[in-house]
Design a protein around this ligand. Structure first.
Ligand code: FE
Ligand code: FE
Length: 200
């Protein structure tokens, strides 16, 4: 018996997302499943994280702030001015309150899917990567390299994504989140260490 009713969750979610976001969501869900197969993670939990990761994405900035207040989610000044970031934290709340998700690993993967963080858990890495490489994505550079890397080396893949993301954000430095910078430095150090040590 499945722990999650995916059909029911999908039906509900499709009412809250626009067509494009919903298609992206399904891509992320199946990519999470594929990565979970490759790295031996619970398939259902991975798919639940993928399915619900953007559940708060189509809510207006104003409404997001209102809901954060309601759910007692702390909002930093930076997030107040970059309210798109809030869809991650708020999404985790909605996944818990409205979709009945209790698994803390699923909830934290949703919370960190936009910024990443240092020392990510396996599911946090799977979702972060799946969001970047799902089949509908076509804008980022190096996508085919990063897609191949995703199935070879998770930490190296995270490093490449964070590097490209920060480089992309350099065009608007005022929009760079501190958590992403900290995450990048952590995975860069890991990357450099492995290169020095010749550890593969
Ligand atoms: Fe997102
Ligand atoms: Fe997404």
């Amino acid at each position: 018996m499945s722990k999650y009713n995916f059909i029911k969750m999908q039906k509900k979610l499709s009412k809250y997302l626009d067509e494009e976001r919903y298609a992206h969501t399904l891509g992320v869900m199946y990519t999470c499943a594929a990565l979970a197969m490759a790295y031996g993670y619970d398939l259902e939990a991975a798919q639940a994280a993928g399915l619900l990761h953007d559940c708060a994405k189509c809510i207006s900035g104003e409404k997001k702030l209102e809901l954060c207040k309601q759910y007692k989610v702390s909002v930093s000044d930076f997030e107040k001015h970059h309210s798109f970031l809030l869809h991650a934290k708020l999404g985790a709340c909605i996944a818990r309150e409205k979709y009945g998700i209790e698994d803390p690993e699923v909830l934290s993967a949703i919370t960190y899917h936009t910024t990443g963080r240092r020392e990510m858990s396996l599911l946090e890495k799977i979702l972060y990567i799946a969001d970047y490489i799902e089949p509908m994505r076509d804008k980022a550079k190096n996508l085919s390299k990063i897609r191949a890397l995703a199935f070879q080396d998770l930490d190296e893949c995270i490093y490449e994504i964070l590097k490209d993301t920060l480089e992309y954000l350099k065009q608007n430095p005022q929009d760079i989140d501190e958590t992403t910078k900290i995450a990048f430095l952590y995975y860069k150090e890991l990357h450099d260490k492995r290169r020095e040590g010749g550890v593969k």
